[in-house]
Design a protein around this ligand. Structure first.
Ligand code: ADP
Ligand code: MG
Length: 636
């Protein structure tokens, strides 16, 4: 509890100590002879103790022209009650209202703290070595390229590359994956992971601001500013609802007693006309108490906030409440193949060469690919094995969906698929292997091809099964690879459909085609690894980048970022979003249901102010507790 909350609590307690005996006296449960005026003055002590700030805010609100806020409603209602002789109720309403306010501010503060605890990745210091001594400094002050020391049990403060030591890292705060990762010299480490066993020397590759931990915290903290439809609906609703109820209250205070007086109906039930007015005005005050939309207004942003926090704890970064909401409506998912469904580590399975040697063919291909970060390029370089001299390569041109053209040792080399061969006017020789065929042309003549094949990700099949179970109707793979490969992969993992041999632009039109099929509230998601699929990521209703930890481009382009490359996370993200939205809907229905019921009961005179305020505070407490459930979605 912070000092502000403690102060409010003290006021509530003092006020309650005064209130209880006074209430017993006023209800004549305890008999004490006292003039009425003395009782009223005594009641003002607990009333002002607990409510003076509400009265002040209401007054300031009126002065600034913002009439219809909760403070105004509470002020009018409680003063109304006191003036009408219901001192006890008037004070009690103010007291309970403050109890609700205290709980709400405590719960919101607590869940915010919870999220930062859950996301325990903000590093406090970095160790640097100065003259053989280890010194703790603010991570902000460490320059790129410095060597930092990370001891066992410490958080890695900045992104970098290990230059000494061996250890196991716990990356669960980043990826949600609790299995430790073994690392040694040459491995990349990301800030926010925890060093478990050995001392590591790390050469930093990013400043603190640009490091993974800072970026993730930034994303989560800013997510609340991208509002969902539900949140927008509620704030609009509150703006309309409160004045409506106030006018209804006014009508309730004036019309029925007027009607009764004019028609003289039911007069017998009342002692005097004054009593008629008092009765209906009191009902109107009850109306005002009920009209505070606090529970819904507070619980919905809180649900989303908690949901986003819970999701990031599970390794799913959601960039805004709106995306969480859209994700829950996804029924069609399009996937990229390489790096998303398959591992993207291509193994060379065969080399068919004609005029030149096998080794030579691979060398030309690897050299041409030496500047690209495409998974195929990396695999060819790895297959070649020897060191590549980039000075031998010039005039390099990467054509996405085709391959690469370059000059190697003065020869024209083209490496890529059949489209690439067509482009350079060389006839590609067909191959009997099923796999990704990388053709090589040398000085305008066909030189042979390299067959590479990729492996499915271990969880790909299970991921599709879970998606189907979660009600995803259509799973479509979009790939630039050959049809034979696509067909095989699609059948093995159990996709409902696939499109092959697509250029990046074709992928966009394929997604547009699929978007047309999504009728009603069905939404389409695209899942990719962020390598050359940024346009599709942004074209889909929702773009999901996977394995994107450390890849800026993907984090930029996507709406949701899966921190590791496990395809099971897709189903998990969907489940989290659905649970969150379910909780939001429960809260809306429950809170509004109780409100409407209370309004009806108050109008016909069954519910008094006690019922109204208890219902209000009770609903608020339940709704906030329900919202906090969104935090605990990791093990869905
Ligand atoms: P995916 O849709 O599987 O992500 P891409 O669109 O990146 O694939 O590439 C489609 C095809 O284009 C590849 O299967 C390959 O045949 C060819 N290709 C793309 N980039 C390269 C490259 N750097 N080297 C060789 N071939 C490439
Ligand atoms: Mg790709």
């Amino acid at each position: 509890m912070n000092s502000k909350q403690k102060k409010l609590l003290t006021r509530i307690i003092i006020s309650a100590i005064f209130f209880v005996p006074l209430y017993l006296i006023s209800e004549e449960i305890v008999h004490v002879e006292m003039p009425k005026i003395a009782l009223i003055i005594l009641f003002l002590i607990p009333y002002l103790t607990v409510g003076y700030d509400i009265l002040r805010k209401a007054f300031l609100g009126i002065k600034n022209g913002q009439v219809f806020d909760e403070n105004f409603l509470m002020t009018i209602a409680t003063i109304g009650a006191i003036v009408l002789g219901e001192y006890g109720e008037g004070v009690a309403v103010m007291l309970l209202y403050q109890v609700g306010e205290l709980f709400q501010s405590y719960a919101v503060g607590k869940s915010r703290r919870n999220i930062s605890e859950l996301m325990d990745i903000r590093p406090d210091y970095a160790n640097i070595e100065v003259d053989g001594q280890i010194e703790q400094v603010d991570p902000d002050e460490v320059e790129v390229g410095s060597i930092i020391v990370v001891k066992p049990g410490e958080k890695v403060p900045l992104d970098g590359v290990i230059v000494g030591g061996k250890s196991a890292l716990n990356t669960s705060a980043l990826t949600g994956e609790s299995k430790p990762v073994d690392v040694e010299e040459g491995y990349t480490v990301l800030s926010g992971s925890i060093n478990m066993t050995g001392v590591l020397q790390v050469r930093t590759t990013a400043e603190f601001e640009e490091s993974t931990a800072s970026k993730i915290l930034d994303l989560v903290e800013n997510a609340a500013s991208r509002k969902s439809k539900s949140e927008n609906f509620i704030s609009k609703f509150a703006r309309v609802y409160t004045p409506i109820v106030v006018y209804l209250a006014l009508a309730l205070a004036i019309l029925p007693p007027l009607f009764i007086m004019v028609t003289k109906i039911g007069i017998g039930g009342y002692a005097t006309t004054g009593a008629i007015w008092a009765d209906w005005i009191l009902r109107a005050c009850t109306f005002l108490v009920i009209s505070c939309p606090c529970a819904v207004v507070i619980s919905i942003p809180l649900s989303f906030f908690a949901g986003i926090g819970g999701a990031s704890n599970a390794g799913v970064l959601v960039k805004g409440s709106n995306y969480l909401e859209t994700l829950s409506e996804v029924r069609v998912i399009a996937f990229d193949k390489t790096g998303t469904i398959t591992k993207g580590n291509f193994e060379v399975t065969a080399i068919h060469h004609n005029p030149i040697e096998e080794k030579q063919l691979l060398e030309y291909a690897a050299l041409a690919e030496c500047h690209s970060s495409h998974p195929i390029s990396l695999s060819l370089q790895k297959a070649y094995g020897n060191k590549l001299d980039p000075a031998r390569v010039s005039d390099l041109q990467e054509i996405s969906g085709h391959g690469i053209q370059a000059k190697v040792d003065g020869h024209d080399v083209a490496v890529g698929n059949e489209k690439m061969m067509k482009r350079v006017g060389v006839e590609a020789r067909p191959c009997h292997h099923v796999g990704t065929i990388i053709h090589v042309a040398l000085d305008g003549a066909y030189a042979g091809h390299i067959v590479i094949s990729d492996e499915l990700k271990p969880n790909a099949k299970e991921a599709m099964r879970q998606l189907k179970k979660a009600g995803i109707e259509k799973t479509v793979m979009l790939t630039g690879d050959a049809k034979a490969v696509a067909e095989k992969v699609a059948a093995e993992v159990g996709l409902t459909d696939f499109r092959a041999e697509l250029l990046p632009a074709d992928k966009v039109s394929a997604v547009e085609g699929l978007l047309k099929e999504c009728t009603g509230s069905k939404r389409l998601a695209f899942v990719g690894d962020g390598i050359n699929d940024a346009p599709v990521l942004s074209r889909a209703d929702i773009g999901i980048a996977m394995g994107a930890l450390g890849s800026d481009a993907a984090i930029e382009a996507a709406d949701i970022v899966l921190m590791d490359d496990d395809p099971l996370k897709i189903a998990k993200a969907i489940k989290i979003s659905r649970k969150c939205l379910r909780i939001v809907k429960q809260n809306i229905t429950f809170a509004l249901g109780v409100k409407i019921l209370c309004l009806l009961l108050a109008a016909i005179g069954i519910a008094n102010m006690w019922v109204a305020i208890i219902a209000d505070v009770g609903v608020m407490i339940l709704a906030v507790l329900n919202a906090i459930r969104c935090l605990f979605v990791k093990n869905l």
